[in-house]
Design a protein around this ligand. Structure first.
Ligand SMILES: Cc1ncc(COP(=O)(O)O)c(C=O)c1O
Length: 400
């Protein structure tokens, strides 16, 4: 029997979440991720909250590559990488990813979360100073907390995209052995883009290292989808890029760290997830590799994504909403309290549009939002239908 006091405490907390209107209910899909999916108990719904930016998660070539990878390499490696757990598809994928994001080499991990955690605590040492944007993703924050606990490095946070604050923090830690600047490429809850050229200049001025998590930009930003660096015209200039395979690049799972060849080698030698945990399943690696090739061979996917994002933004503004300004396919509509965001998302689902509401602690208190995300898989009809639903729900809630 599980400890009754423990389960009673959990039940009480869950009851409180329900009472506060912040309880998250899982919606089960009975079909692959796509612009339109079959949702259990509801039938067909439009999805406007997926990271399936390029529509590749159900792309025939991506799915077939996974099937072929499974047949060729089996279910998995049954071991950590350096013992007997790596296959040639890992090397092929890592070479393709590095080339795609403009770095010399890369190392794959089972998720971007795992990549961030495996990176920071491995490269940071006592005497180093790590400074992080205030709106960085939770995986970056936790990676820095872990690095601090393990290495006793010092850390700081600069106000979101406030480069004067960044410079001040770097200057105040001029005596550090190494200074590292950690930023998202695209901030996932805002849809804003890091001021990358300026951050790179600041890093050069202060002999600092730039690490950028490009999870929402890989396959998304830049003319050919190579990310924030391509968008900003600084491809090849970022010291270290981390990203996910769980969004635009097929959407299965997995992440990677890209940078100098010596970094990839160092992570092989020292990163704890590489030393103590199994590698990416070959099936997933094969699908991700096919997704990279799809973006390289079909740049029109990226063009369509950009056009869809622009069109949706225009239509939603025309309808009377005031989304956060931006130029990414993440278009957040701020509604205030968490319960309001959840209510709006439930009403949209009743209209056949699945778009998630986010509240505290994912975003700051009082800034709950419905975060819309566009995909190359959406048609104009899909977008028009979604906008009609937004108009109806927005009017009913008195938002527009
Ligand atoms: C910026 C950022 N980094 C990392 C992650 C984690 O990605 P993964 O699902 O590969 O662990 C996410 C996912 O939401 C993200 O938005």
């Amino acid at each position: 029997m599980p400890n009754a006091t423990f389960t009673n405490q959990l039940e009480a907390q869950l009851a409180q979440f329900r009472a506060d209107g912040v309880y998250k209910k899982l919606n089960y899909l009975e079909s692959p991720q796509a612009a339109r999916v079959q949702m259990e108990g509801r039938g067909e719904v439009l999805i406007f909250s997926s990271n399936n930016y390029l529509g590749l998660s159900n792309d025939p070539a991506v799915v077939q590559a996974g099937v072929d990878g499974l047949h060729r390499f089996g279910a998995g490696t049954a071991s950590v990488r350096f013992i007997c757990g790596t296959v040639t598809i890992h090397r092929e994928l890592e070479e393709a990813l590095a080339r795609f994001v403009g770095c010399e080499a890369s190392m794959s991990f089972v998720s971007a979360w795992n990549a961030n955690e495996g990176l920071t605590s491995t490269i940071v040492e006592e005497g180093d100073f790590v400074v992080s944007d205030a709106l960085n993703h939770a995986s970056i924050i936790d990676s820095i907390r872990l690095a601090k606990a393990i290495t006793k490095c010092t850390t700081g946070v600069y106000r979101h995209s406030d480069l004067d604050d960044l410079v001040e923090k770097l200057k105040a830690n001029a005596g550090a052995r190494r200074r590292l600047i950690w930023t998202d490429g695209v901030f996932s809850m805002e849809g804003s883009i890091a001021k990358l050229p300026e951050i790179l200049q600041i890093a050069r001025d202060h002999d600092a290292i730039v690490i950028m998590d490009d999870s929402h930009a890989t396959g998304v930003l830049g003319r050919t989808g190579r990310g924030t660096a391509e968008h900003c015209g600084v491809l090849g200039e970022v010291d270290i890029i981390t990203s996910t395979l769980g969004k635009a690049l097929g959407g299965a799972a997995g992440g990677f760290v890209a940078g100098p060849a010596s970094l990839a080698d160092y992570l092989t030698q020292r990163s704890r997830p590489q030393l103590f945990s199994n590698a990416l399943p070959p099936t997933v690696a094969a699908s991700a590799l096919a997704a990279v090739r799809a973006v390289e061979q079909r740049p029109e996917l990226v063009t369509t994504l950009h056009a869809n994002a622009k069109y949706f933004r225009e239509q939603i503004v025309e309808a009377g909403f005031k989304p956060l300004a931006g130029e990414t396919p993440i278009i957040p509509i701020i509604v205030g309290e968490t319960s309001a965001a959840i209510r709006m998302s439930e009403m949209l689902l009743d209209e056949g549009v699945f778009v998630t509401g986010f509240g505290f602690p994912v975003v700051p208190q009082g800034q709950a939002r419905v975060r819309c995300q566009l995909s190359a898989a959406h048609t104009r009809d899909d977008i028009d239908q979604a906008v009609r639903a937004f108009r109806k729900v927005g009017s009913a809630l008195g938002i527009i």
